[in-house]
Design a protein around this ligand. Structure first.
Ligand SMILES: Nc1ncnc2c1ncn2[C@@H]1O[C@H](COP(=O)(O)OP(=O)(O)OP(=O)(O)O)[C@@H](O)[C@H]1O
Ligand SMILES: [Mg+2]
Length: 165
């Protein structure tokens, strides 16, 4: 089990942390994002998309009103899902369950803690904690299966030496 707690001072750092993770995520990984409204989850997904496909994140939107958006330009398909609107649903739509259990795609879910029972074994959990007075976010990354040792290593170095602006 690897757990890493990082401090992100601004939105660019959150995107950069996502990018480092996105560079090494293996296919079939489920990335569970947790944190309040405006915590930085969608910005982090932009970073993941950028890591999968340099420059490919510019058009990434929030899937709050569409349930799932898929991107095909990178080294693996990226499914971006938001469970927020599914809070009251009795069950998840089939296409969402398929994406979650895909062994070829990378599936990233905002508000993943709403449906913890559907998480597959191959998950990475990222929690965002907001500091009310500043733009700082505490970003805690858990990789219980050791899916991304390179990212954990690179992010430890990143934490020790924050990126230049
Ligand atoms: N350190 C930071 N990391 C990420 N975002 C930050 C940071 N500081 C300020 N922000 C701002 O906070 C907002 C985060 O928005 P974002 O859409 O990523 O949140 P979210 O967690 O996806 O919210 P929601 O639950 O509504 O989908 C952006 O406007 C961003 O510019
Ligand atoms: Mg969002």
């Amino acid at each position: 089990m690897s757990t890493l707690a990082l401090e992100s001072p601004d939105v660019e750092s959150t995107i950069q942390i996502g990018r480092i993770l996105g560079k090494c995520l293996p296919r079939g990984t489920f990335v569970a994002l947790e944190g309040v409204l405006g915590a930085g989850k969608t910005q982090f997904v932009k970073g993941i998309a950028c890591g999968l496909d340099e420059g490919g994140w510019a058009g990434l939107r929030s899937p709050t009103f569409t349930l799932m958006l898929s991107y095909h330009g990178g080294r693996a398909v990226l499914h971006h899902i938001d469970f927020y609107r599914l809070n009251e649903s009795p069950e998840l739509p089939g296409e969402i369950l398929e994406a979650i259990h895909s062994d070829r795609a990378i599936t990233v879910v905002e508000w993943a803690d709403i449906w913890p029972e559907v998480w597959p074994k191959n998950y990475i959990r990222v929690r965002f904690e907001v500091n009310d007075d500043t733009s700082k976010r505490r970003v805690t990354i858990e990789d219980p299966q050791g899916l991304c040792p390179e990212a954990v290593k690179e992010l430890s170095e990143y934490a020790a030496e924050p990126a230049e602006a």
